[in-house]
Every structure is written in structure tokens, then in C-alpha cells.
Design a protein around this ligand. Structure first.
Ligand code: AMP
Ligand code: GLY
Length: 418
């Protein structure tokens, strides 16, 4: 079959790498792709946010299956346009993508199905929000309601910090928005990935990431500096609890509202005292969590995504290996602040590319035969092994073989579980 993946980051490189291994895959196109993806698929220059452009491209290239990687095309309704035209698509509708795009929407769904999550309140004016925070006290969490590229959340340790965050939001730092104030949840965070075809659900893996830029979980937040899978804190008992109390009720509520969720649900969870509560949903694979999941699932991923899109999850098994994967993100010096683009990365050609070691490209381009950095997060050096220690050693062996003076990474990915 002819497959089109939308996106051009480390997540899409990992998806393409896994899907390419499945014999059902004849032609694989990734749009826009990147220098690493070009090694496993054709790359196409395409505006993935334009429904018309994606539809025309899919028709012209006789695409049988479209997989949507990032949230932006989902929020833009690209999946709806493709489905309406008869294409098989992996990824939720614009209406179901609200589970990521709107904090209020998700909180209302949780309330409707009694899924455990932090207590919350929503405000459209600063004074009322400030008064609420003063009454509740700190720590407390302030969230801009809308897609803010992960930058709209403040975990405030004092009432003053919370007030400042509220003022920022209403000063238009994130555009025209309302604010959601949440109870602070303490505990250990982990991510749980579940496929849903709208009715049935299939858990396909767990992961933990490292959001802070510096070793020891210090410094500003990023999109993720590394991840590992499985997440030890998400024991089978906790996974069962999350499926029963959070995931299946959410999927049922979405169906009841006439906006069934089809795609991957990425549940961000807070675990304390053997109980899990929902922090947030995303409606796509995490980046770099996808890299460790794909490394562990391999070629069966295509069968899983097809079963999801075709509504066959009830009879689809996941084949689990008793293995571990770990990925280390290499970023451009300065990230998540300002960083240089166009610096040359050496040593990539000689790296092993096996089911135990893969260097996924997140932000690279080919410039006159040299691979150059084009983004903040640039590479995801990924290892797999029988133990997390093996995976860790294999991932850092890749890092150490890369010659990129303008890049950096954390040296302690996986510390909590090692
Ligand atoms: P979100 O964008 O909602 O996932 O929030 C980003 C991060 O903020 C999460 O990954 C958590 O680390 C933290 N966070 C969000 N909400 C809460 C909460 N209610 N209690 C504690 N931490 C939170
Ligand atoms: N690594 C976090 C995310 O993909 O949202």
C-alpha cells in the first residue's frame, strides 16, 4: 500500500522507520520530512496545514493510508477533509482533537465521566481568577486555555507567581484566551499510549520523559529532552485502573457526544499512593516518546494503526517484547531559548542503524551533502535492549559518536528508573 505520513520531526522519523519494516508498505512518503527521514522514505514538500493541499496530494499519489503525526493538522481538520473524501486516516477528527486543543473541553469530559483529575475552575477575567487563587492558596496551577505549544502552563509555588501568570495570560501573551486554574497534584508523572478506533481501546505502551533542559531536572521546560519505555511507575495494576476509570470512560463519552475519538490517545498521568489522575490528554504520539515506542514495537505498528483506522481494534493483539528503549535528545546550544540554525553535524554516516540503535532526526536538512541542524531539538539517539541499562548504554554510544560542537544533551536520561 501507498502510505503518507504528515510531519517532519523525530516522531515521524520513528513512525516511518517502523512502518517501512512492514511488508504491507510499498511506497512511503513523509511530508515535509527531514534529512533523516529521506533515508527511509520519500520526502514531499507540502503544506500539511492546508486541507486542500493534502487532499490533492493524496489523490495525485494514489495514497491508501494517511497517518497524521503532529497536532496542528489535526486541529486544522485535515483528517476530516481526507475522511470525507474517502481516505483511510489515522488521527482524530477536528472535533475529537479538542481533547488536546482545549483544557476546558477535557476537564468537562472528565467531569461528565467521573474520571479522576485535578479540581479546576475556568475564568474569563483576571480579577475573578486572582481572587480564586488568593482563596485557594499555593501551590496551584495556572493554564492558558488553548494550544500554547506547551508554554501556557505555570506550576506556581506562591500566590504571587500565580497572579503574575494570570496577568500574563490576560495581557495577551498567548492571544485571546481564558484561564483554567487547577489544584496542584503531587506525584510521579508518566505517559500512557492507547489506540482507540472510536469504540474499542488498545494500550500500546508507557513512557516517561524529561521535560527540563538540564541535568537533575533543572532549568526551563522543553518539548522533552529524552524518554524511556516502559515507565516502571505504570504497573499493570495502574494501567488497568487508568483504562477502567479514565480512558474507556473518555472514549465512551466522546462517542456518546457524536464525536468518537479515533487515533492515539496520549494520557499524561500523575501517580501517587497507587492512584493515577489525569494531567492532560494529547491526541497524537509524544515526541520523543514515540521514538522509544516505535523502537519497541517495530513493524507491527503499521498493522496496529491500520486496525485502529479500520475499526478492528477489538480483534487486534499487540505483541510485547520484554525489552526497554531509551532516547536522548540532542539539541542546539541555547535551546529552549534562541539558538543558531545551519550548524553542521558530523559523524552521522558511520552510525549503526539497527533494531537496537537508531538516530532519529527531529530538525535536520541536507545542505550540499552535509546534514545541518534546522531546529531546537535536532536528533533523538535511541537505544533498545533487554534492560534499561543496555538501552541507556546504546543510546549514549550514539551520542558520543556524533560530532556536533554546537549541540548538547542531558547526560542523565532515565536516572529515575536506572
Ligand atoms: P499540561 O500542558 O497540562 O500537560 O501541563 C504541563 C506540565 O505541567 C505537566 O506535564 C505537569 O508536569 C505540570 N502540571 C500540569 N497540571 C498540573 C497539576 N494540576 N498538578 C501538577 N502539575 C501539573
Ligand atoms: N514530549 C511531550 C509531547 O510530545 O507533548
Amino acid at each position: 500500500m501507498n502510505i503518507l505520513i504528515l510531519g517532519g520531526g523525530g516522531r515521524e522519523h520513528a513512525l516511518a522507520w517502523a512502518i517501512r519494516q512492514n511488508p504491507k508498505c510499498d511506497r512511503l512518503i513523509v511530508a515535509p520530512g527531514n534529512a533523516g527521514i529521506a533515508g527511509v522514505a520519500e520526502c514531499a514538500d507540502l503544506d500539511v496545514l492546508s486541507r486542500a493541499a493534502v487532499l490533492e496530494f493524496a489523490q495525485e499519489n494514489a495514497i491508501d493510508f494517511v497517518i497524521i503525526g503532529p497536532e496542528a493538522p489535526l486541529a486544522a481538520g485535515v483528517s476530516d477533509a481526507l475522511r470525507d473524501a474517502g481516505f483511510l486516516v489515522f488521527g482524530p477528527s477536528q472535533a475529537a482533537a479538542q481533547l488536546e486543543a482545549s483544557k476546558t473541553f477535557t476537564k468537562e469530559i472528565c467531569d461528565a465521566c467521573a474520571a479522576p483529575t485535578a479540581a479546576w475552575a475556568r475564568f474569563t477575567d483576571a480579577a475573578a481568577a486572582r481572587d480564586y487563587v488568593t482563596a485557594q492558596g499555593a501551590p496551584i496551577v495556572v493554564k492558558a486555555d488553548g494550544l500554547a505549544a506547551g508554554k501556557g502552563v505555570t506550576v506556581a509555588e506562591t500566590v504571587e507567581q500565580a497572579h503574575a501568570a494570570i496577568d500574563d495570560i490576560f495581557d495577551g501573551a498567548f492571544g485571546d484566551m481564558s484561564v483554567v486554574i487547577e489544584e496542584f497534584m503531587d506525584g510521579e508523572e508518566a505517559s500512557f499510549f492507547i489506540l482507540s478506533d472510536g469504540t474499542d481501546c488498545l494500550a500500546i505502551g508507557t513512557a516517561q520523559d524529561h521535560k527540563r533542559v538540564g541535568d537533575g531536572d533543572t532549568g526551563p521546560n522543553t518539548g522533552g529532552m529524552g524518554a524511556y519505555s516502559p515507565a516502571p511507575v505504570l504497573t499493570q495494576a495502574i494501567q488497568d485502573q487508568v483504562m477502567d476509570r479514565i480512558v474507556r470512560p473518555t472514549i465512551a463519552e466522546m462517542a456518546r457526544r457524536g464525536t468518537p475519538f479515533q487515533g492515539v490517545l496520549y494520557a499524561g498521568l500523575m501517580i501517587a499512593d497507587g492512584q493515577a489522575r489525569l494531567v492532560e490528554y494529547n491526541v497524537r504520539f509524544g515526541d520523543p516518546e514515540c521514538q522509544v515506542l516505535m523502537m519497541r514495537l517495530g513493524g507491527q505498528v503499521l498493522d496496529l494503526l491500520l486496525a485502529c483506522a479500520e475499526g478492528r481494534l477489538a480483534d487486534t493483539p499487540v505483541i510485547w517484547a520484554d525489552d526497554h528503549a531509551l532516547t536522548v535528545v540532542m539539541a542546539a546550544e541555547g535551546y529552549p531559548g534562541a539558538y543558531a540554525k545551519g550548524t553542521v553535524i558530523g559523524g552521522l554516516q558511520a552510525l549503526p542503524e539497527t533494531s537496537f540503535q537508531m538516530t532519529f532526526h527531529a530538525g535536520t536538512a541536507d545542505r550540499d551533502g552535509a546534514v545541518v541542524a534546522t531546529g531546537g531539538r535536532v536528533l533523538a539517539c535511541t537505544g533498545r535492549g533487554a534492560t534499561l541499562t543496555d538501552a541507556h548504554q546504546r543510546a549514549y554510544a550514539l551520542v558520543d559518536a556524533i560530532d556536533w560542537p554546537q549541540g548538547f544533551c542531558r547526560r542523565d536520561i532515565g536516572w529515575r528508573a536506572l
